[in-house]
Write a protein of this length. Structure first.
Lengths: 189, 609
């Protein structure tokens, strides 16, 4: 690979916030197109290459999951600062998804159930401690979809979005060609 | 205690059975049955609902869904005295907040709850049709207009002293028929201008006498040539509606009068039903003659239930005079009678197909059309639904002739319109004017200066600013069902008016169509954000773009539910722009991390101790 073509590659960052990594799995599910992908783009901050912090500006940020704690907010904000185009990938990033099921219950009740009164707590928390330490993220009062925290440019629906949809969207973003949205890609039943 | 409970349950069962028997075990009379049982038992508990279902032989869920749809149906007791304080825009203008605070302080409970002693229940309610005499409340169905904080405290003290609602009311009855022994309401008519149609001199029966000498076809032709159009707001030609119903196959047909005015700021039907009920009923009889109907139903919003005895009395009187019942006007075979159907608090029931559903005892959800009510309406029979004022117009047309009527109004809008003027002006009330008056004319009549905006046709209509006050009230320009709310320069239009309307529509959406159900809620959230100063230009664009989606709602009310917002974006864009956030557009300004972790810090901090 010549240095010149490497430079022309679009740079992609990805992250999973309050998600299950299912969307990342779906990305890997593009099978042999993975070879095309690494020709097409260079990965920067991403679980795929385990780069932890941004050291350069990226073209595309793929965000899986919504925000359930302050660390998610921090990461999402960093993505927004460093990525030219930010894409909400999957139901959790778009609407909060499964984690947002707690949104109808006050946070205190959730924490009480998890650490104090729940059936599985029994007597394993004699100090009746709800974890609170500078080293662990603070939990938000509810789960926020990404677009309620930063401006999101595109949304890829699905739980997870199909591998084809992710691939097609990436190719469209890299090549600048409009994405042909076929009905089947957003028909879920 | 146990036997007492059993005895009470048995007594309740007897009440339920007797009410059901009173309505002939007819499940389509569920609204009446529920209203009467709630009157007797105080609320419609789960056990009561089960008993009603059993008594009517219908699934419990059918009763459940009707009960849960209407605002005035209570699942739990709402206090010996249930106070429903109007929370409309105009009530706010007139000092509702201080009255509400006085009620809460005196009752010792917040709104939405019943006081610990079970005496006083405090509830918000949408516009109760008293915009010319706000703040107003319904207490056990009786109207208490022009409230002050002092009066609120006095009322609660009276309740605690065990005074009856009649005693609380006192005897300072309003003008005209409000003082009638069967009304005895504190409500005032405030008829500021009498036009030649509804509030002209009138003696019952004269129009009907003329009509019965004509053929039904001639009656319809006369209404058609007078170009009478529906006065509820949509303006459908009345003669055409009658003709469709007359031609519809079937020998059982119905005439409905729609007196479910729920559009905030509207109160004309209240005044017409107080001062001209005979005219309304005569109009229904004329429609019946034209269409070939034998039964009529006046559907009245629950807020006007204080008129019930009076209206029943008027109907009895008309029967006695031979203007209703058998052989009306001495014409053999012309028989027609009218019953009264009350709603139970749902704005959407003003939509004609929702009104019919409600009258059949169901949730007030609009129907898919076609078929239209003129083909398949009440109980699937051809049904004409006319507005109160439309029927009055028909009476005058028959009495004075289409030519007379055609001389009133404009090219495309014939006759007169009863306007309900409220808000920031010296003389709120009823103005019956010919179509074609400008907004400026009305403002001058009402004594309104320093006007920032006028909401014409209620929240679902248009909100216009001074540069458009030259526009005229007519179907071809500013159509209106009657509501005319004046907003002074000193008001915060977005916060005091638009947000109130947005909440109203969110609350009153029947939930049947997704765009209406979802977007009324989302619009309120976005609007609150803009008002709080954390909205973005994109938010404003988004609100505007939703209007296109609202078109796919089934009924007119849903289709116009975002009008308060889109209309003000169109006419008062500067008010929105001035409030937008000026921060980095890449970050959503309404997201507040410090606020979002506050609950956690409190809970985790407490757990550490």
């Amino acid at each position: 690979m010549s240095p010149k073509s490497a430079k022309a590659k679009k740079i992609v960052a990805t992250t999973s916030l309050a998600g299950c990594f299912g969307c990342h799995m779906s990305l890997l599910d593009i099978d042999e197109r993975l070879f095309d992908l690494i020709e097409l783009v260079e990965f920067h901050k991403s679980p795929i290459d385990d780069i932890k912090t941004f050291t350069k500006e990226c073209d595309i940020g793929l965000v899986e999951g919504g925000c359930c704690n302050d660390e998610n907010v921090h990461v999402l904000t960093e993505f927004r600062k460093h990525c030219r185009v930010l894409v909400a990938v999957g139901e959790c990033a778009i609407m909060g998804g499964l984690p947002a099921m707690r949104n109808t219950i006050p946070l205190k009740e959730c924490l009480d159930e998890a650490y104090l009164g729940g059936a599985t707590v029994a007597d394993c928390n004699p100090g009746r401690v709800i974890p609170c330490d500078p080293d662990i993220p603070k939990i938000l009062n509810r789960v926020y979809p990404c677009h309620e925290v930063v401006k999101m440019d595109y949304f890829l629906p699905g739980c997870p979005p199909s591998a084809d949809l992710i691939w097609d969207a990436l190719v469209a973003l890299v090549s600048g060609k409009e994405l042909a949205l076929e009905y089947r890609t957003f028909k879920f039943d | 205690m146990r036997t007492g409970g059993k005895a009470a349950a048995a007594a309740a069962r007897t009440t339920i059975r007797s009410v059901i028997a009173r309505y002939g075990d007819d499940a389509t009379r569920l609204m009446d049955i529920l209203i009467d049982i709630q009157d007797a038992l105080g609320c419609l508990s789960r056990g009561t609902v089960a008993e009603i279902a059993k008594g009517l032989g219908i699934p419990q869920v059918d009763v459940e869904q009707t009960v849960s749809f209407y605002h005035f149906f209570a699942r739990e007791p709402r206090g010996t005295y249930a106070v429903y304080l109007n929370d409309s825009v105009v009530a706010d203008f007139c000092g509702r907040a201080a009255v509400a605070a006085a009620f809460e302080e005196a009752a010792g409970c917040p709104f939405g709850e019943v006081s610990a002693d079970g005496m006083v229940g405090l509830f918000h309610t949408a516009c109760i049709g008293m915009s010319d005499q706000e703040p107003a409340a319904l207490i056990n169905g009786q109207v208490f207009p022009r409230l002050t904080p002092e009066r609120a405290r006095e009322l609660v003290a009276g309740m605690r002293a065990g005074r009856s609602v009649e005693e609380l009311k006192g005897t300072a009855y309003g003008d005209g028929q409000n003082a009638h022994p069967r009304v005895r309401a504190l409500v005032c008519n405030h008829i500021r201008r009498r036009g030649p149609t509804v509030f002209a001199d009138y003696s019952p029966g004269a129009a009907l006498a003329k009509v019965t000498r004509m053929s039904s076809g001639e009656v319809i032709a006369a209404v058609k040539s007078a170009s009478v159009r529906g006065r509820g707001g949509a303006g459908f030609p009345t003669g055409m509606k009658w003709e469709f119903a007359r031609r519809a196959p079937g020998d059982i047909k119905y005439i409905f009068c729609n007196a479910d005015e729920g559009e905030p700021g509207t109160f004309k039907d209240r005044v017409i039903l107080t001062e001209r009920p005979q005219m309304v009923f005569e109009g229904m009889a004329i429609a019946a003659y034209a269409v070939g109907a034998r039964q009529g139903i006046l559907y009245v919003r629950n807020e006007y239930r204080y008129l019930r005895d009076y209206l029943e009395h008027v109907l009895a009187d008309l029967r006695a005079k031979g203007l209703l019942g058998e052989a009306i006007g001495g014409v053999a075979g012309f028989r027609f009678d009218i019953s009264i159907q009350f709603g139970a608090g749902a704005y959407v029931c003003g939509e004609e197909s929702a009104l019919i559903e409600s009258a059949e005892g169901k949730r007030g959800e609009p129907r898919d059309r076609p078929p239209f009510p003129v083909e398949k309406g009440y109980l699937q029979r051809p049904t004409v639904v006319n507005n109160v004022e439309t029927l009055c117009s028909a009476v005058q047309v028959m009495l004075k002739g289409p030519e007379w009527y055609n001389r009133l109004g404009t090219e495309q809008s014939k006759g007169t319109k009863v306007l309900c003027v409220s808000g920031d002006c010296d003389r709120p009330g009823i103005y019956e004017v010919e179509w074609g008056f400008s907004v400026n004319d009305i403002l001058a009549m009402a004594g309104a200066d320093n006007v920032q905006a006028v909401q014409v046709g209620g929240p679902s209509g248009a909100c216009i600013g001074p540069e458009e006050f030259g526009r005229v009230l007519a179907y071809e320009d500013l159509a209106t069902g009657g509501s005319f709310i004046i907003v002074g320069n000193h008001r915060d239009l977005l916060k005091d008016v638009v947000l109130n309307f947005a909440r109203f529509f969110r609350e009153e959406s029947c939930g049947s169509c997704v765009p209406c159900r979802a977007l009324t809620g989302m619009a309120q959230v976005v609007l609150e954000r803009i008002i709080a100063g954390t909205g973005t230009a994109e938010d404003v664009e988004r609100l505007q773009s939703w209007q296109a989606i609202m078109r796919y709602n089934r009924c007119g009310l849903g289709q116009t539910a975002l009008n308060p917002i889109t209309s003000t974006i169109k006419h008062f864009r500067g008010l929105y722009d001035a409030r937008l956030s000026t921060g980095d557009p890449r970050f959503v300004p309404s997201f507040d991390l410090a606020a979002a972790v506050r609950d956690y810090e409190a809970a985790a901090g407490a757990g550490k101790e």
